[in-house]
Structures are given as C-alpha cells and as structure tokens.
Design a binder for this molecule. Structure first.
Ligand SMILES: NC(=O)c1ccc[n+]([C@@H]2O[C@H](COP(=O)([O-])OP(=O)(O)OC[C@H]3O[C@@H](n4cnc5c(N)ncnc54)[C@H](O)[C@@H]3O)[C@@H](O)[C@H]2O)c1
Length: 334
C-alpha cells in the first residue's frame, strides 16, 4: 500500500515555528502546506519562505480538509484553547510546551484528547535524545543503587532584549511565569521522566534581574517518590549561560547529564563515561536548537496515527512537569 503523506499546518510563525517547518520538511511522510498567525503579514512572510499557503485565520486553517495535523507554536497562554479547538476539529495536534499555564487547563486538553479521534503530542524534544533514554534505563536498572539526590541546575542567560522585544515572555497571562515554566520545563520534564515524580517541600520564586512581571530565578527543594531528595535551581540571569545539568547520585554510582548528554557515569568502581559536553547554544540563545528532536517527535505522532507505536508524550505525560512547576509556583508569595 502506498505510504500516506500527512499534511501539516503551523499556527504562530515566530521563533519556534521554523524548527517545526524544518522538522516537517525533513520527514518523508510529512508535508508542510500552510501557516496562520494572528498577524497575517507574519504568516505571509513565513508562507513565502516555505512555499506554503497563508491562512487568514486559525478557523480557516482548521476548516481546510487538506490539513491533517496542526503544530501550535503560539505564545503559551493560547495553547490550551487552541489545542482543544484542533482536537475538536479532528486535527492531529503537535502542541508546543508548556501544554497550558496550569493543570486545570491541562486537564481540559486531556479530556478533549480522550473525546477526539485525533491524537496529540506535546513537545518535549529532549526526551528523544538517545542519552536521555539511556539515562532512564540506567536508573531503572538499579545500577546507581538507592538514589540519594536528583538535582536540576539550569543556569541560563537571556539578554534583557529577549524579554523587552516580546509582548508575552515573562508575563503571567501568556508565559504563565518565567524561567521555570518557559525554559525550566525542559529540564523538569527530563528529570521526572528519568527518575520519577517529585513534590516540592520548599521553594523561592524571585525576579532577580530582568524587568519582567514573573520570575527569572526559581529555587526548590524536592522530595521524590523514589525516596531521593533534590533541588532545582533555574534562572535566566546566569551570565554567560551554562549547560543545564541533571545530577543523579545513588549509593552505588552517579550520573551527570549535561544538556541531555551523559557527561559522567560512575557505576561502582568503574568510571563508564567521563568527558565534558561542549557548551550548547540554548543556554544563552533561544534561537539555537537542534531540529532533529522535533522531527523525531513528529515522526512518533505519524507512527502513532499509523498504529505502529504509542504516542510517546501525550497530554497526560506532558501534565507531569506542569504539575510540579505549579506546585513550586504555589510558594510564589510566601
Ligand atoms: N520546544 C522548545 O524548545 C521551544 C523553544 C522556543 C519556544 N517554544 C515555545 O513555543 C511557543 C512560541 O514561542 P516563540 O519563541 O516562537 O514565540 P514568538 O513570539 O517568536 O512567536 C509567536 C508567534 O505567534 C503569533 N501569535 C501570537 N498570538 C497568536 C494567536 N492568538 N494566534 C495565532 N498566532 C499568534 C505571533 O504573531 C508570533 O508570530 C511558546 O509557547 C514557547 O514556550 C518552545
């Protein structure tokens, strides 16, 4: 039987949209056919660049029977409403992170997904890195012994211009917070995926440097279900920006994951991996990203539509880091 090509359209044609466009264009079974943006002139420029159709509105995009799937690349505050609309319209959905600004809205997406024949995947592209898979296997094999500490350090740098040039970044209404929910969610998701869920026992949410409404620095002390303790330090004020680190330390070994790559792995008396991971651009520049992990995630959606494998990060999975972040944010005014 001939292989079906799935037609994708992108909503929101800003920074992250080009990674979706390139990811889609790199896949044999996917084709990018259209784009919509609340600013039509932006949609037109993007459409010209990729040789696709600019839709006048999201409704027009959703009512096009040619469109099989949509990628939602708009400011985070619109995600829940737009994803629910796509699912209700029967369109497969690739939703950028965070899936919503709170778990109440996340639950509405979960419910809409359950009622729809269409599938949804929420972007958390780092989970597709081979070393992240390997790290999870190592933890689950018990080779590190009883886990004592699971820590996330995200000492990133974002120039003041990153916030001042945007009408939504760092706002409660459309970003839902700052450094933790926007940048930090990647590391939180990876950490919970590798070691399991956690709850905060204390947190401090601060705006240290940037002229924004929400936090640019977050600290939390965590209790993991696996019995380990841990901390999160997440900031966009740490010049010149450092690789994000996840440190997992047990009674029989330890592992350090730097920007999704294992930098150090010690099991018993053996140092299995030891070698610095080069500095990755995203620690200091939001426009730098590796498209291949978005491509892997979109391929997973296509495989799931074709019944070949389950969706790897569905709405319920994507709710896990959001729940922890929401619980950390509950310390905001304490
Ligand atoms: N997965 C990742 O690593 C990653 C990286 C960057 C951004 N993101 C996420 O992608 C989303 C977009 O971020 P960005 O950096 O591309 O933002 P951006 O500001 O560069 O682009 C947003 C685009 O959406 C358009 N837009 C705004 N409101 C809209 C609406 N209601 N309907 C349609 N279009 C609308 C804007 O005109 C703009 O073109 C955010 O949720 C962000 O968290 C994810």
């Amino acid at each position: 039987m001939a292989q079906k090509t799935f037609n994708f359209a992108i909503l929101g044609s800003g920074n992250v949209a080009k990674f979706h466009a390139e990811a889609i264009n790199s896949l044999e079974e996917a084709k990018l056919i259209g784009v919509a943006d609340s600013d039509f002139s932006r949609a037109q420029t993007f459409a010209e660049k990729y040789g696709i159709k600019p839709y006048a509105s999201y409704d027009e995009m959703l009512s096009d029977p040619q469109v099989d799937a949509v990628c939602i690349c708009t400011p985070s505050g619109y995600h829940a409403e737009q994803a629910i609309k796509a699912l209700q319209g029967g369109k497969h959905t690739v939703l950028e992170k965070p899936m919503a600004l709170n778990t109440e809205d996340a639950d509405k997406i979960v419910e809409a997904a359950e009622k729809s024949d269409a599938l949804i995947t929420v972007i958390s592209q780092n989970r597709f890195l081979p070393d992240v898979q390997k790290a999870k296997e190592i933890v689950e094999s018990g080779k590190l012994g009883k886990l004592v500490f699971c820590d996330l350090f995200m000492k990133y740098w974002r120039d003041p211009e990153y916030y001042s040039a945007s009408d939504w970044r760092g706002t409660f209404k459309h970003d839902g917070g700052g450094a933790l929910i926007n940048q930090g969610i990647h590391g939180v998701d990876m950490m919970l995926y590798i070691v399991g869920d956690a709850k905060p026992s204390f947190a401090k949410i601060k705006t240290s440097y940037h002229n924004i409404e929400a936090e640019d620095t977050a600290l939390a002390i965590l209790d993991f279900e696996n019995g380990a303790s841990g901390v999160i330090e997440a900031s966009t004020c740490a010049y010149p920006g450092f690789n994000r680190r996840i440190e997992i330390v047990g009674t029989e070994g330890c592992m350090i994951i730097s920007e999704g790559h294992i930098e150090k792995l010690v099991i018993g008396n053996e140092t299995v991996i030891e070698g610095a991971v080069e500095k990755r651009g995203s620690s200091a520049d939001h426009t730098v990203m590796d498209t291949s992990n978005h491509a892997r995630q979109i391929q997973n959606l296509i495989n799931a539509i074709n019944g070949k494998e389950p969706i790897f990060i569905d709405a319920k999975e994507a709710r896990r880091p959001l729940k922890l972040i929401e619980e950390i944010y509950s310390y905001r005014n304490k």
